[in-house]
Design a protein around this ligand. Structure first.
Ligand code: GDP
Length: 306
């Protein structure tokens, strides 16, 4: 009896897909293969990563329009609930939505900040959604080096809207900015900026500030906060993309204000595509990640050589 049990439940390593299987899987939008590809990308084994670099080189560039959206804010501000809400809204509109949640480990405890709580329960069951947490331990102040390639893989697998979630507590946001086209900062009404751990630098990066938990009964507070942030944003220098940052309010639990957020993102996308900014920004991001990879490679070589 014991033997049968052991045989049945002995750990079997998952078969690693080869280049052809990865290629076919990604081209047909297979979410399991996409997940496997990202795991190989994050592997400590150089050979696994090289396989994925080969794959990316081989795959055709996506022929559909894609938008990369960064979502950040302090723990508890309502990021995952918002993503659940807007993600479901977009899937119902027939968009294919990928969520990459970059989960920084706490420097003190080594534990994960985003936590093991069940996140995005509804969205995770939707056919058009793909959700992938990514550990960022030790990488670039929080942003996983591999996130740039993970975004490319999602797009090559047919995803149109990529939501990149990070915790807005460190300097990682400047690196998130290097991953996305549009940067959304979530804030609470009524809590001081110091309390929320949000630094001025992050506010300057935001294309939109979204005040969360504007539920029935809390709308007045949210409106006041909106005015304050609108006034504060006027004092900042104009963004490189010529976009005037907006301030919006929403209640993810009551599904209010979600469509307005999407309207603003679409407006941004239209303008930033027309004036060439998205294209220009993505190529400068490619250069940034190329240099990061190169620096890491040289550093590794140095430290592993006697
Ligand atoms: P995260 O840490 O930023 O991802 O925040 P969560 O999405 O986990 O939300 C933190 C808490 O705020 C949870 O208890 C949510 O239920 C709650 N929350 C999120 N959005 C809303 C909202 O629109 N209204 C209210 N009242 N609570 C919310």
């Amino acid at each position: 009896m014991a033997n049968t049990f052991n045989k049945k439940y002995t750990y079997q390593p998952i078969n690693k897909p080869n280049l052809k299987e990865l290629y076919n899987g990604i081209k047909t939008g297979n979410k399991t293969v996409l997940s496997q590809a990202i795991t190989l990308l994050e592997s400590k084994n150089q050979k696994d990563r090289e396989l994925i670099y080969q794959l990316i080189k081989k795959l055709p560039a996506p022929s559909h329009k894609t938008i990369r959206i960064g979502i950040t804010g302090s723990p508890g501000v309502g990021k995952s609930t918002f993503i659940e809400s807007i993600g479901s809204f977009l899937c119902k509109k027939d968009y294919k939505v990928a969520v990459l949640a970059i989960d920084p480990s706490s420097e003190k405890t080594g534990g994960s900040i985003l936590g093991d709580k069940t996140r995005m329960e509804n969205l995770s069951t939707m056919k058009n959604a793909f959700i992938r947490p990514t550990p960022s331990k030790g990488q670039l102040g929080g942003v996983a080096q591999t996130s740039h390639e993970a975004i490319l893989l999602c797009e090559m697998a047919g995803f149109e809207i990529i939501l990149v979630e990070t915790v807005g507590v460190g300097q990682s946001e400047t690196h998130v900015k290097e991953l996305v086209d549009f940067f959304l900062l979530l804030m609470l009404a009524g809590a001081g900026d110091e309390l929320q751990g949000i630094k001025r630098g992050i506010m300057e990066l935001a294309d939109t500030i979204l005040i969360t938990k504007s539920d029935e009964g809390n709308e007045l507070n949210a409106k006041k906060a909106k005015l304050n942030y609108q006034n504060a944003l006027h004092l900042f220098p104009a963004n490189e993309n010529k976009w005037m940052p907006k301030v919006l309010t929403c209640s993810s639990l009551e599904n209010k204000g979600i469509n307005q957020v999407w309207d603003v993102i679409q407006d941004f996308e239209e303008k930033a595509t027309k004036n060439g900014w998205i294209k220009k920004n993505r190529s400068s991001q490619n250069r940034f990640w190329f240099h990061q990879t190169l620096q890491n490679f040289i550093k590794n070589k140095f430290y592993t050589s006697p």
